[in-house]
Design a protein around this ligand. Structure first.
Ligand code: PGA
Length: 263
């Protein structure tokens, strides 16, 4: 493996009370420290608990990320939270998650702006891609992945994005998340995951000369049972975990499976 440090993200989505968020974070920190996990770990709590979690994680090796954020730096956007504001608090950002694409009907325009703004201010930025069930059944997986990648690397701001990635390849992470596997208990077959990771890397290489250094995660019903199999894949450099990240023991064991010593 090249210089690609495995990275595991915990996407809490719209879950956890304040107390629950505090306890989950404390307990994860203890477990991750005790078991000497050396995977890069980043947690994405809901906005409202970001400051609590930031306090707990300060001085720790676990990073903090936001589930969304606007590229506009400030202004009359009621309810909006800008990446500039978030960057005072977080290390990373999720972009293009299928729930943002489907529930909020967000599109490539927003994602390219977010990617450029986030990478521009030095955030660890994860761009999520993946086909839905219909697309998978129609054999369109590779076309979908190609489109989701080209839609941010082509067009008016494409070149700017390529430059940012070339300058700092470790700051971009691509999460391959088949939508049909998210929260369903269904996991893509490891052979397919590896093949799709290679495909994604190849697509990135059309726009950047550092694709070998860009990390690719798998996401979709990752748990402590399937993590080791996924961690053994050559082109898979981590996982984006939803449901299983709400349990500190399970999440810590997923992080341990991706620890460099275990791979
Ligand atoms: P899941 O979610 O692990 O609950 O399937 C993954 C994700 O949405 O990132």
């Amino acid at each position: 493996m090249l210089d690609r440090r495995p990275i595991v993200g915990g996407n809490w989505k719209m879950n956890m009370t304040r107390d629950g968020a505090n306890r989950l974070c404390h307990s994860l920190l203890v477990r991750a420290t005790e078991s000497k996990i050396n995977t890069e770990i980043i947690l994405y709590p809901p906005y409202v608990w970001l400051t609590d979690v930031a306090d707990i994680l300060s001085e720790s090796f676990i990073k903090l990320g936001a589930q969304d954020g606007l590229a506009e730096s400030n202004g009359a956007i009621t309810g909006g939270v800008s990446l500039t504001m978030l960057s005072e608090l977080v290390d990373g950002l999720l972009v293009g998650h299928s729930e943002r694409r489907n529930i909020f009907e967000e599109t490539a325009d927003k994602f390219s702006q977010q990617l450029i703004a986030a990478l521009g201010i030095g955030l660890l930025t994860t761009y999520c891609v993946g086909e839905n069930q219909k697309e998978q059944e129609a054999g369109l997986t590779y076309q979908v992945l190609e489109k989701q990648i080209s839609s941010v690397f082509e067009g008016a701001t494409g070149q700017q994005l390529s430059q940012l990635v070339n300058a700092k390849p470790a700051a971009l992470v691509i999460a391959y998340e088949p939508v049909w596997a998210i929260g369903t208990g269904l996991v893509a077959h490891v052979t397919d995951v590896q093949e799709r990771a290679v495909f994604i890397r190849n697509e990135i290489s059309k726009y950047c000369n550092v694709s070998q250094l860009v990390r690719i995660q798998y996401g979709g019903s990752v748990n402590q049972k399937n993590a080791s199999e996924l961690a053994a894949l050559e082109d898979v450099d981590g996982a984006l975990v939803g449901g299983a990240s709400l349990d500190s023991e399970e999440f810590a064991s997923i992080c341990a499976a991706f620890s460099t010593g275990s791979r």
